[in-house]
Design a protein around this ligand. Sequence first.
Ligand SMILES: [Zn+2]
Length: 294
Amino acid sequence: MKVTVIILLFIFVYGNFNAKSQVSREYQQRELLAYNILFGGITAGIGSAINKPKGSKLIKTVCAAFAYGMLGGVINFSSKKVLYNINKNEDYRFAWIANTGSCMGNSIIYNASLNNKFGSYWFFDLWAARVELNLRDKSENKFKIKVLPNALIGSCIYFAQKATLDVRTTLQTGIITFTLQSNPYFYGNTYMRAIGTEKNSAGVTEYLSYAHEMTHYFQFREHLVFNTWLKPFSKKVPKVPKAVFEKWVYLDIPWFYGFYALETQNDLRNYYQNFYEYEAQFFATNSYVSMKLW
Ligand SMILES: [Zn+2]
C-alpha cells in the first residue's frame, strides 16, 4: 500500500515538473505542491534512517516515513493555500484554520522522521507556547505545554525597534503580532516566530502582507523537522538541560534562516528569485509571481 502511494505520488510530481509548457500561475502552484510534498517526504525519510531502531529493515522504514512525510507535505501545502483567504476576505480568523493545518502536517512529518507510530504525536503552536500531545508517553504526562524561545526572542527584537504589540491581531490569529512604523520598502517582516506588518500602507493591504508573513512563519516551523535528525545526539546531553527541554522548553532552532540566507538576492529587482519569498508571495496573492520586479 505504502509503496503504491509512493509510486503514484512520484508519477504525479514528475508529471508536474515536466509540464513546463509555459510558466503560469498553474505551473507555479504545481511546482510549490511538488516542493511541499517532496520536502515532507525527503526530510522524514532521511530522519527515519537516522533514527532507525535496531533490527528494523532500512528500506521498509524509510519508505514508510517517506509516504507519511509526503502526506504531511500535502497538508502543509493545503494550509498555505488557506492563507490567501486572509487577503481575499480581509479576515484574520482564517489564520487559525491555516495554523491548525500546518501544525497537523508538521506533526505527521516529525512523527514519521522519528519512526513513531502514525498519529502518536501532535502539537499545536499558540503565541509563545507549543502544546504537545504525546500518546507514546507511558507516564501520566501525555500532555505538555512548552515555551517557544524564538517567539520571545522575535518579540524582543520588535520591542527593541519600538514596534507596538498589536493585541487585536495577536488574539485574532494565535500568533504574536506587531504594528510597524511605515517604511516605503517593506510592508512587513517576520522575526523568528513573531510577525510585524504595517497598517494603512499605500502599496499593499495589511491582510496581504499578513498572509505573506504567515507563510514565512510556516516555513520557519517546517524547517524544525531538522531537530528530529538530532535525536541520536540528545543521548549525550547532560541530565539537567535535557529535563528542561523534555518538560518545559521546545528548542525551536532557526534552521530556516540558514536556508533563507542561501537564497537571498542582493538586487531588489530579483526579490522573488529567493524561493521562500516567491512561495510567500504566491500563497498570499494566489496569483502568478513575476521573477523580475521591473
Ligand atoms: Zn517575505
